[in-house]
Write a protein that binds this ligand. Structure first.
Ligand SMILES: [Zn+2]
Length: 211
């Protein structure tokens, strides 16, 4: 878009209205001239989306405008169901935090309706006790946290998210696949008890190191 007076292409958007075709009121940043432009948006396209619901995942398509910018944590409406964007895969196979829709290969999302199911593995010197727990999607697991889970007290050593291994910092339950811990002696530091917040679904096989 060019200023009709000085032909500068730098402008400030003063007003924008309309969905399919947008009417813009622009102010030239060079000469201060105020002018109108109408942009016709391209039609929405089908974008591949993989929605995870616990261990299962389903594939679908979501209609989005090619010039729209999608970000991790955005909420999309999929046939009336809300899903949260966990990760965006672009056409070069890279995973990015934000991308215009036209560059997206696959959106990785999870259903907002259900809590997150996370695996917990506590390594007692080679004997690994694993459990599956259900927590709120927004729950944060932090490396170094002391956690009480039933009769086990452990310190979180690392986390495995959909994308990477986390050795410091935290991750939201919605993107955490597994929490790795080491047993911790309660006397040294007060544990915070997650037993009430965490609902133990089932015990997995012992000695299981990974999924
Ligand atoms: Zn101008």
């Amino acid at each position: 878009m060019k200023c009709p007076v000085c032909e500068s292409e730098s402008y400030e958007i003063l007003k924008s209205k309309g969905k399919h075709s947008k009417e813009l009121l622009l102010k030239c940043e060079e000469c201060g001239n105020i002018y109108k432009e109408t942009i016709i948006r391209e039609k929405p396209v089908d974008v591949r989306i993989v929605i995870s619901e616990f261990e299962k995942s389903k594939k679908a398509f979501v209609k989005l405008y090619p010039d729209e910018v999608l970000m991790v944590d955005d909420i999309l409406d999929l046939d009336g169901k809300e899903v949260a964007v966990n990760s965006i895969e672009i056409k070069t196979s890279a995973r990015v935090y934000r991308s215009p829709v036209s560059d997206i290969e696959t959106i990785w999302a999870s259903s907002m309706d259900i809590p997150s199911r996370v695996g917990i593995s506590v390594d007692f010197g080679g004997r690994v006790i694993s459990k599956k727990v259900e927590v709120d999607r927004d729950f944060e697991f932090t490396v170094g946290d002391i956690v009480k889970l039933g009769n086990i007290i452990f310190r979180i050593n690392s986390l495995k998210t959909i994308e990477r291994k986390v050795r410091k910092g935290f991750a939201k339950a919605s993107v955490t696949k597994r929490v790795y811990g080491r047993p911790f002696e309660e006397q040294k530091r007060p544990a915070y008890d997650l037993t009430s917040k965490i609902k133990v679904i089932k015990s997995e096989n012992e000695n299981e190191l990974d999924e």
